[in-house]
Design a protein around this ligand. Structure first.
Ligand SMILES: C[S@@+](CC[C@H](N)C(=O)[O-])C[C@H]1O[C@@H](n2cnc3c(N)ncnc32)[C@H](O)[C@@H]1O
Length: 251
């Protein structure tokens, strides 16, 4: 691990369990796995110590080729943790970060669904950034979808009051599902008003958004804030029918 974060299991993982985790979470690295939930207020990671300062803690989920992470960390006075599942992208982003001398960006390779609850104390994160998550069209790939009610609930719990959720997608139906989850299931406040998209003006764009800028493809962008109250639905997982995604189309 680049920053000395040790996410070793608290007890050795049986090969069978490891295979199951790999299957369920697509997580390649044993050192990214901590078994068992953390107790409230218990943090696996001392972020101010690692970054050498207590700036607002931001997290980008699925940083991909890393254009957002690099430019956002360079522009803003924040500590940014980028989580990317694909090893080659994570390693490439680390190299480019080092070449630019950015001290406020850490890159972790692994499955965000597994890592997030282990990395951050509830109420500690200033912002999450999730840009153009894969829509996973096929039925057999549904379990790989990232943003759903239960994942949104985790983000809600980990954000501090007033903390921001920066969601962007290139898929209209995914955008509608995100809005529904955020506003109706969890009770996030939409900074632009219920159901409304935010302006792209002044935003640092992700790698994919930069490509779409050239091709003219539409991107749906939302900014949510976590209000000072518990989520509307405390246990979103399984609280309602899973969405039918077979009718989702890119445009
Ligand atoms: C379509 S790409 C978008 C990349 C980048 N956000 C952008 O807008 O250019 C989605 C990225 O999310 C990553 N990803 C998907 N599921 C993930 C997960 N569970 N944890 C971490 N990264 C994930 C993929 O590897 C991929 O790089």
């Amino acid at each position: 691990m680049p920053c000395g974060i040790r996410l070793a299991p608290r007890r050795p993982i049986e090969p069978r369990t490891h295979r199951r985790l790999q299957r369920e979470w697509m997580c390649d690295e044993r050192e990214h796995v901590i078994e068992g939930p953390l107790r409230p207020g218990e943090s696996a990671v001392d972020w101010p110590g690692i970054f050498g300062g207590a700036r607002p803690l931001h997290c980008e989920i699925g940083s991909g080729r890393g254009a957002f992470a690099l430019d956002f960390a360079a522009r803003e006075e924040v500590n940014l943790v980028a989580i990317e599942q694909r090893r080659s992208d994570a390693e490439d982003l680390r190299r480019r970060r080092d070449a630019r001398g950015l001290k406020n960006l850490e890159v972790l390779q692994g499955d965000a669904r597994l890592l997030l609850p282990r990395l951050f104390v509830p109420g500690s994160v200033a912002a999450f950034h999730l840009h153009c998550p894969d829509p996973w069209w096929k039925n057999r790939h549904h379990r790989r979808r990232l943003f759903a009610d239960d994942f949104g609930l985790w983000l809600y719990r980990l954000l501090r009051v007033g903390g921001e959720l920066d969601l962007r997608t290139d898929v209209r139906a995914y955008a509608a599902a995100m809005v529904e989850t955020c506003e109706e299931v969890l009770g996030f406040e939409n900074a632009a008003g219920p159901g409304a998209e935010r302006s792209a003006q002044g935003l640092v764009l992700s790698s994919r958004e930069r490509r779409y800028q050239a091709t003219g493809q539409r991107v749906f962008r939302y900014l949510y804030r976590r209000p000072d109250r518990p989520p509307l639905t405390e246990s979103a997982a399984g609280s309602r029918r899973r969405r039918g995604w077979t009718d989702v189309r890119r445009r």
